[in-house]
Design a protein around this ligand. Structure first.
Ligand code: G6Q
Length: 540
């Protein structure tokens, strides 16, 4: 039986070390080592990660690495790449890394070369994407497709929606892309109200093809199309599916030729680089989609091969552990200084919180320590005029990830320089603050000095790349995916299941029937009263 995390000697060493350095200020750490800002940094294929503004010393890192080794991190990384069933509670391999492995490589799992299968689907996607983008694929009336609507939710929505926004600069502007996820009809209505059904293609993106929200939206889309086309045969020209469930896809009326498959070993929130990314490929083309995959693969290889102390996802994952378990932080802010990355925090919310929001260890025991953080964030500089006050002077410690790009995709006047100046300024201000003496020497009246003082010592990572390309987005995605795995290994939890979403689904099914009936509802007094009020048109 694996040792309990908090009983490990490496954990005790970190606890003692925390007591020694918890009061150390980043000002002192930087003063003691003039090269700290360059030394505590890593570069992987042009993606630069500055982690010097963290409340760590060389000893902290060494102790964290020792903990990672004691928890078997190198072995777990290798087990994932090998295709072992590391998703224990679902008995599945976890092989999103195979989705972006080079065409000429091979990986045999249960007697099947999964890379060959991946490449077959990628080729099929590329042929389809080229036909739609060129206008060769036409709708039922012979018109080319101008609108693409992705119907999916969770992992079948957040990745493609985020990546489409992120790479919009590279997208075919003649095509309109919409993403519908919510079961709230407003989502569908607003996404389609200005679209011509004759020019609209729906991608039903659902691994299981049974998800309530997506299937409800897909049926709605079908009715919307048929109301205009009056011909069942039109479905085949206006619907394609991305799924692992061929039977249900066929039952829906989608031509199996137009189904793009993937596999059980791709978890929903890790599926953007599978056929779930079809909408993205339609937007940016197969070649650029390939660049995204190559960016992911570069980070995958780094994660697999770099020694732990020089391994970017390892460092980022361990910093999550350091703050969450020793400083007691509860959240992490992700602050992209790039408007195209505006959905990146939302995407990471699922990746991190659905993966590591767990309270049971792989051995089935309750954890006795904190696990995954709450992730939140907004693009800079908008966030600065909203919640940064709390980041600078609030009572809560919030580690921040800043993401910036050196070269803008939309060079316009002074914008980019000012944008990046703000990123650098925020990271500096958080780390070093402004002392009461510094404030007082500026002639600030003494009653205002406490209000205008910044204690600093607020940690952040700065991720910097040259330009937001598909490859850089791929690097960022893989970086965060792998950092999630790293933290989960330390916490001894399964980052690849999501049982916590089940109970609500079951109850919703039961309540949906009760909302439509007049029988006495069978819940607690609160839920019963709310059900009665709903049935009664909002009255008691
Ligand atoms: C992600 C989850 C979840 C899933 C959605 C959609 O890791 O498994 O968010 O992606 O529930 O599921 P389907 O793709 O099966 O519709």
């Amino acid at each position: 039986m694996t040792e309990i995390l908090t009983a490990r000697p490496e954990w005790h060493a970190l606890t003692a070390h925390y007591q020694q350095i918890k009061e150390l200020h980043l000002r002192q750490l930087f003063a003691a080592d003039p090269k700290r800002g360059e030394r505590l940094a890593l570069e992987v294929q042009g993606l630069y990660c500055d982690y010097s503004k963290h409340r760590i010393t060389d000893e902290t890192l060494a102790l964290l690495i020792r903990l990672a080794e004691a928890c078997g991190l190198p072995q777990r990384i290798e087990a994932m790449f090998r295709g072992d069933q590391i998703n224990l509670t679902e008995g599945r391999s976890v092989l999103h890394v195979a989705l972006r492995a080079p065409r000429e490589s091979s990986l045999t799992v249960d007697g099947v070369d999964v890379i060959a299968e991946v490449q077959t689907v990628l080729d099929k996607m590329a042929v389809f994407a080229t036909r739609v983008r060129s206008g060769a694929w036409t709708g039922h009336t012979g018109k080319p497709i101008r609108n693409v609507v992705n119907l999916g939710i969770g992992g079948s929505d957040l990745g493609p929606a985020m990546a489409y926004e992120a790479l919009r600069h590279y997208s075919k502007r003649e095509l309109t892309f919409r993403f519908v996820s919510n079961i709230d009809a407003t989502d569908f209505v607003e996404a389609t109200c200005d679209l011509d059904p004759a020019e609209t293609l729906f991608i039903v993106a659902s691994k299981t093809f049974t998800t309530l929200e997506t299937m409800t939206n897909a049926q709605c889309a079908r009715r919307w199309l048929l109301a205009a086309m009056h011909d069942e045969a039109s479905v085949a020209k206006h619907f394609v599916a991305v799924s692992t469930n061929a039977t249900e896809v066929a039952r829906f009326g989608i031509d199996p030729q137009n189904m793009f498959g993937f596999w059980d070993w791709v978890g929903g929130r890790y599926s953007l680089t599978s056929a779930i990314g079809l909408s993205l490929m339609l937007a940016i083309g197969a070649e650029r989609f390939g660049e995204l995959l190559a960016g992911c693969h570069g980070m995958d290889e780094h994660f697999r091969r770099a020694p732990l102390p020089r391994n970017m996802p390892v460092i980022m994952g361990l910093l999550n552990v350091w703050y969450g378990n020793f400083f007691g932080t509860e959240t992490v802010a992700v602050l992209p200084y790039d408007q195209y990355l505006r959905r990146f925090p939302a995407y990471l919310q699922q990746l991190v919180m659905e993966s590591n929001g767990k309270r049971t260890t792989l051995q089935g025991l309750p954890v006795t320590y904190q696990t995954g953080p709450i992730v939140w964030g907004e693009p800079g500089t908008s966030g600065q005029h909203s919640f940064y006050q709390l980041l600078h002077q609030g009572t809560k410690l919030v580690p921040c990830d800043f993401i910036g790009l050196v070269s803008p995709l939309n060079p316009l006047g002074e914008h980019h320089k000012l944008l990046m100046a703000n990123l650098l300024a925020q990271a500096e201000a958080l780390a070093f603050g402004k002392t009461a003496d510094e404030v007082a020497t500026e002639g600030i009246p003494s009653y205002l000095v406490p209000h205008r003082t910044f204690d600093g010592n607020r940690p952040s990572t700065v991720l910097l790349a040259n330009r937001l390309t598909p490859a850089v987005l791929g690097q960022l995605i893989a970086l965060y995916e792998h950092s999630v795995l790293v933290a989960s290994v330390i916490w001894e939890i399964n980052a690849f299941d999501q049982w916590g979403v089940e109970l609500g689904k079951v109850l919703a099914k039961q309540i949906a029937a009760e909302l439509a009936s007049s029988a006495e509802p069978q819940h607690d007094s609160s839920t019963n009263a709310l059900i009665r009020r709903y049935r009664n048109g909002g009255r008691p």
